[in-house]
Design a protein around this ligand. Structure first.
Ligand code: NAP
Length: 656
């Protein structure tokens, strides 16, 4: 399968009837913005026809059918003219683009957002996250600087691409046999992306996705294709795991111990290490008494054992998080009986296109209507990410905070509750089990087209909320004493998310062991650097996960730009290493912790992988995306202590 790059500028050759037909599928707010480019007339977005943005509301922003028809008629005329040889007018001014941004997001955005959103839109075709200034560094300096990237998933490939563009030598070490990270590892049935796919792609590789939310095999293929396009596989050691990394204070370099699957070990040396190992790949097994006694087949969702035919089998599923939400309905199509054990129900949001193909007409629009793809991607970006952040922030003045933490959060709760009630179609027992009793946003809100509740309503599916007391040779016994037997037991119990970089042993300055230093409570500055671990850079590190959707690729693009900025800074100064100052790191983390306590995931008392055993939110970014974008745009040299080339790190630490 080839996952085509989206073009956006294909010539229009089709007849009027075809154009009329494809316009029926247009996203009207994006089409209106595209029309400003095509006609040069900005009055179109200054009139009464404008989208209203609501929580998981109407895709067309409540623009009436009549108004949609008016816009389609205007678009038809404009496309006909383009087809018949008309040229595009001069591009809209920056001020007009700002108006268009306000129009499509449905509100006036503060100046703060301006630069960020203009950059994200990238109307001039520039590469918005390309690290700057590396072209000023001479080749010999770059050639002397070797980078080791741990992990060939989404972030590791991105790091490789940017290092390659900059002309800096690098090697990727990947424990699996191929690239793709999470999309290589997770192969469970039903696995698909739950961020809109048009924003779940690298900014420099916009893609003509076959579905609005593509399945795992398509995503794996995408990352494979990107790796091949950039020649990254020849820079990658597959089937090789990093077991240890030690900062050599005499040379200010990293000594990295790797082990291949056949047991061969080797020591590599690098000036910098970029960890791109992700947060969600080491399975978390629950601590349920008797787990080892089960005599049937059992496995974890992330280590799916495809060799077992589940048809006609009795299957127990433990967990109702994002993974089980996707695989349990698929298992139910085959198995004789599926018994799902739910401890905490998930909130789910109505996303009717969740399993849908992108229709041919939409593919055509994205590829042919000038600027349509830019605005469509941008609308997805805004609606999915920044758009509902305000609805998961705590209002201290809001009364009882058990179910909702602000008026907006309560409004969101109502929308999501209505969705569940509608799907349950009068089954009050199911609705009562399925409506969460915690604020929306405290756990990930799952995208849904009714698939989950439909599965729960099947005759061969039972949803059990009675807590599990123990696992026996034949199945599960609950606290009330009920017994549920099964042939297969599937753990959808998540990942050891708080154990960042585990099980690698990482040793920094002064022999500091990273896991001991963190003591179960990982922190980093901007999620990227850790005091006493010079030139160790993390992608998707502590407090860089987002909850109310958006795309994690956005974070990686910001992080990698920042990391290459740090490397450029070193090269410009002629220094060997940089180490973030403890005071900078601590002040930053204080701000993160305070802000997280005021977000649904920090405020609510509900189990989540966002908090560690100490109750601190180790995973999530509590601010807006623009804030991360601004903070990671360029490293501030004042944040770091620099270690010179001839100066051992020990001397630098003692001020020598
Ligand atoms: P998860 O969200 O941590 O869910 C684990 C589930 O197991 C929860 O329902 C949890 O209940 C339950 N559980 C754990 N221990 C249990 C026990 N002892 N007894 C009963 N139930 C137990 O893990 P996940 O579903 O694998 O998802 C993790 C994250 O991966 C997601 O939040 C998301 O970020 C990512 N993900 C993304 C996608 C996607 O993009 N398509 C798909 C899958 C996963 P409690 O809720 O009560 O703890």
């Amino acid at each position: 399968m080839t996952i085509q790059r989206i073009q956006g500028v294909e010539p229009i050759t089709e007849d009027d009837a075809f154009l009329e037909k494809v316009l029926e599928h247009a996203h009207i707010p994006s089409l209106m913005c595209a029309l400003v480019h095509i006609t040069g007339d900005a009055d179109l977005i200054r009139g009464d026809i404008r989208p209203e943005i609501s929580f998981f509301g109407d895709e067309q922003g409540n623009i009436t059918e009549d108004d949609q028809a008016k816009i389609r008629a205007l678009a038809l005329e404009a496309l006909k003219k383009l087809r018949d040889g008309a040229k595009l007018p001069p591009p809209p001014s920056q001020a007009t683009v700002s108006e268009m941004v306000d129009f499509i997001v449905g509100r006036e955005l503060s100046g703060d957002y301006g630069e960020f959103l203009h950059s994200e839109l990238s109307l001039n075709g520039e590469d918005p996250y390309k690290p700057q200034g590396l072209d000023r560094i001479d080749d010999a300096t770059k050639q002397d600087f070797k980078v080791l990237v741990i992990g060939g998933g989404m972030s590791g490939l991105l790091a490789g691409i940017r290092l390659q563009e900059a002309g800096i030598p690098f090697e990727i070490v990947e424990r699996h046999q191929d690239v793709g990270g999470t999309w290589y590892q997770n192969t469970y049935p039903g696995c698909r992306v739950d961020s809109p796919n048009h924003i779940y792609s690298y900014s420099f590789r916009p893609t003509d996705w076959p579905k609005y939310y593509s399945p795992q095999n398509v995503l794996r293929e995408y990352f494979d294709q990107v790796a091949v396009e950039h020649g990254l596989k020849r820079h990658t050691r597959f089937g090789t795991e990093v077991t240890e990394a030690r900062f050599d204070e005499d040379t200010a370099t990293w000594e990295v111990r790797v082990k291949t699957h056949d047991g061969h070990t080797e020591t590599l040396r690098a000036n910098a290490v970029i960890s791109a190992v992700g947060q969600l790949n080491r399975p978390k097994w629950p601590d349920i008494p008797g787990q080892d006694r089960f005599q049937g087949i059992s496995f974890h969702s992330t280590e799916w054992e495809h060799e077992h035919d589940l048809s006609g089998k009795k299957v127990i599923v433990i967990g109702t998080g994002a993974s089980a939400f996707q695989f349990a309905p698929e298992v139910a199509k085959e198995a004789a009986r599926v018994t799902i054990f739910q401890r905490t129900p998930p909130w789910m949001a109505p996303v009717p296109t969740y399993h849908d193909d992108v229709p041919e007409e939409m593919h055509w629009l994205l590829n042919h209507v000038p600027y349509y793809v830019k605005w469509y991607r941008f609308a997805m970006f805004w609606n999915a990410a920044e758009g509902i952040l305000f609805a998961v922030q705590r209002d201290p003045a809001w009364g009882n905070q058990n179910n909702a933490i602000s008026a907006e959060n309560d409004e969101l709760r109502q929308v999501l509750t209505d969705w569940i009630v509608e799907l349950c179609e009068g089954d009050e027992e199911l609705a009562a089990k399925s409506i969460p009793s915690y604020p929306p946003g405290a756990k990930r809100i799952l995208f849904d087209n009714g698939n989950w509740i439909r599965a729960l309503k099947r005759d061969n599916v039972d949803l059990i909320t009675d807590p599990i007391a123990e696992i026996t040779e034949t199945g599960v016994v609950t606290e009330s004493g009920a017994r549920y037997d099964a042939d297969v037991l599937i753990y959808g119990t998540g990942f050891q998310a708080s154990r960042f970089l585990w099980p690698m042993k990482i040793t920094g300055r002064g022999g500091v062991d990273l896991q001991e230093h963190w003591d179960g409570d990982p922190r980093a500055y901007l999620g990227v650097t850790i005091p006493n671990f010079p030139n160790l850079f993390l992608c998707y590190g502590p407090n860089t996960n987002i909850v109310v959707n958006g795309s994690i690729i956005f974070f990686s693009e910001c992080e990698v730009r920042y990391i290459l900025g740090c490397i450029r800074e070193l090269m410009q100064r002629g220094d060997a290493a940089l180490d973030v100052k403890q005071s900078v790191h601590d002040a930053y983390n204080k701000r993160i912790d305070e802000a997280n306590l005021n977000m649904a995931w920090g405020a609510a008392n509900v189990p989540t992988w966002y908090k560690n055993a100490k109750g601190r939110v180790t995973q999530n970014w509590p601010f807006s995306l623009v804030e991360f974008w601004k903070q990671t745009r360029e490293p501030n040299p004042d944040d770091f202590e620099f270690i010179g080339p001839g100066q051992s790190a020990k001397q630098a630490a003692s001020g020598g």
